[in-house]
Design a protein around this ligand. Sequence first.
Ligand SMILES: [Fe+2]
Ligand SMILES: [Fe+2]
Length: 388
Amino acid sequence: MNSKDCEDSAVDCGKVDYGPEHIMVVDDEAGIRRFAARTLEKLGYSARLFADAEAALSEALTGDFALVLADVHLPGHDGRWLLDQLVTAVPDVAVIMITGDRDLELALECLSRGAVEYLTKPVAPRDLAHAVGRALENRRLRLENQAHRERLEELVQERTRSLLEATRALEESHKEAIYRLSAAAEYRDEETGLHIVRMARYAAIIAEELGQDEEFVRRLLLAAPMHDVGKIGIPDAILLKPDRLTPEEFEVMKSHTLIGGRILAGSNSPLLKMAETIALTHHEKFDGSGYPRGLEGEAIPIEGRTTGLADVFDALTSRRVYKPAFPLEEALRIIESERGRHLDPRVVQAFQNRLPEILEVKKAHGDGEVAGSPLSGRAGIEYRHRLR
Ligand SMILES: [Fe+2]
Ligand SMILES: [Fe+2]
């Protein structure tokens, strides 16, 4: 990355602070140390001299060196040991190895272990100057690239965060619009419109317990409130009838699933597609006796099975024009008795596993109703009639 790229790039390259580029010379021969120090100082570098690898390493760990010139042959730990330690512990330091015996294999081994260059003794001042210049320049480029990459990563994370925030804000406004419009569809037969808030949350909790991914659960939370939009096409005389529906009236009532499906059909939005599926399948039953298509078992999409249970549980525990709210114990008993019949056993199990959270939702978004007296036989039949 050169400065021109930095100017052209939308990314701030960031300044890399190289500090004073101190150089360390590690050689057991005093003459070589003096020669290197003189040459480097003439070139404007500051050099520190060490006769053995251990002392050099403990100083290098301070992180204040840009370059280490190390003899391969040292008393005690040799130059290769020092090279290995430096590569691991201070990876920003460039290392040039110096070998006295023109041993090409040894030099190549040092390069493969991470040295940037090697010099053979006797080292000419010009060769030393060139090697040091190249090593420092490469180090600068490496550090600049690294800083640039880090800055890019930060930028990507920052933008992902703002994108997520924007998406969340958009989702919130979608959510509000969905809930308001769905509440409008429920307006005639729901007293407070809280049914859709509760049942969507119940469904989301159940789906989460069933191991559905986060995206699915979030989508379900937004799609479930639309399950009964088709009620908009059902006449008041049927929708609000406090008595038992005649078979003809019930046929009309059942059509709210198909009307809802039609209202939501044809969208490319995954959310509306899911809402369409839910509208069409939330009255299907696990044993195949539901409507509109009489789907059976896992042929009923999971979003239909989860919202189906959530809808039933909330209908049972809420007052409706045709029935009082049932006591919780009674509602739970009915849910259990419908395991494998109306309801998918796995979905019932997930509901029961997360019952404490479901009851929290019920408490937080309740209609403030007092539950009616325990079910009479007729009320039970009425429930089945309505939700059949
Ligand atoms: Fe429905
Ligand atoms: Fe409902």
